[in-house]
Design a protein around this ligand. Sequence first.
Ligand SMILES: Cc1cc2nc3c(=O)[nH]c(=O)nc-3n(C[C@H](O)[C@H](O)[C@H](O)COP(=O)(O)O)c2cc1C
Length: 413
Amino acid sequence: MESYVFECGEARVDKPKVVLGVSGGIAAYKACELLRRLTESGHDVRVVPTESALHFVGAATWSALSGHPVSTEVWSDVHEVPHVRIGQGADLVIVAPATADMLAKAAHGLADDLLTNTLLTARCPVVFAPAMHTEMWEHPATQENVATLRRRGALVVEPAVGRLTGVDTGKGRFPEPAELFDVVRRLLARGDRPAQDLAGRHVVVSAGGTREPLDPVRFLGNRSSGKQGYALARSAAARGARVTLLAANTALPDPAGVDIVPVGTAVQLREAVLKAAADADAVVMAAAVADFRPETYATGKIKKKDGEAPAPIALVRNPDILAEIAGDRPRAGQVVVGFAAETDDVLANGRAKLARKGCDLLVVNEVGERKTFGSEQNEAIVLGADGSETPVPYGPKEDLADTIWDLVVQRLV
Ligand SMILES: Cc1cc2nc3c(=O)[nH]c(=O)nc-3n(C[C@H](O)[C@H](O)[C@H](O)COP(=O)(O)O)c2cc1C
């Protein structure tokens, strides 16, 4: 097998250096797409597969896609000491897929091939994306290894739930490569800031917009896409949190490593929030919740009748979830964040809402036909109950998400 010199001539030093460790799971082929995304977005990627990984995807593929030779063992180019240099020189290491075996080796500090040596010498953020059958994932040995790695500061992405190898379905599925790419990008963007400042925390995020059914085909809804809530979930997961995402009528790809609870109506969202918030360190209510719902639900489709005016729709108030959770926190010290979408007198209305709801932070943004809803961008002011005011200029929703978590982290006890 070919070997390589880590700092060889063609490596461009200005590119972030990512080590992509690949261990021997069936999902190894999906790591090819992650590799492509990383190289095409300007990362210098070294692929370090295990011997088992090469049963699934050959060295030629890794080499051609990364533009570098690959090796699995420590005995090539010994004068370059690659077992030390690769880890030392990396800005980020991601092991994807990470087998049960690799998690065990990493947790116990084994160093019997190039990847395990690299993991011991890396001082940069390290990410594991486990993929395996549900039984292997749930086994206490694997769970203890994951806990050990997390305690030491590694980001272990929760596997997704879905189709596994063969006919099996369950937890253990490799997350979408696009989602893992996003995790890598976010971690690298954090620079010197602590990468895992939400490690060991449970956060709850609501996203999307509730729908209040009128009849089996119609509902009262709103224009929220859920993108801001999903950005919050992704950001928190990349910072090490266990994330529960309460998704109200969204049509977005599942963020990697996030537990998703689909909800429909405001009443369902309330139930889900109260349940998930019981042990949460922070609750961020980014979903647009309907203030009212139809008083009655017609079990058959409401028909128009010739010559008759339509019957008026009587509405009743929905529960005020934000006020309820902020006023009676399910857990002491919990940080509660609300959102206020305002169309006019944005700041004054935001301040009044913050006082009324009793939350710690209120993210106030102006909405309109082309502003905020469905957009990739956002602009907001985050008001604190302590009188603070943090403006976040117009930019990607993920920037606002990062700022919100910065402010939450400052308030966590
Ligand atoms: C077809 C096949 C698929 C496998 N898929 C997985 C998997 O998805 N996850 C896993 O942990 N192990 C899986 N294994 C088992 C690993 O390949 C085995 O534990 C191996 O020793 C891992 O070596 P490595 O961690 O050095 O790559 C699979 C084995 C085979 C034969």
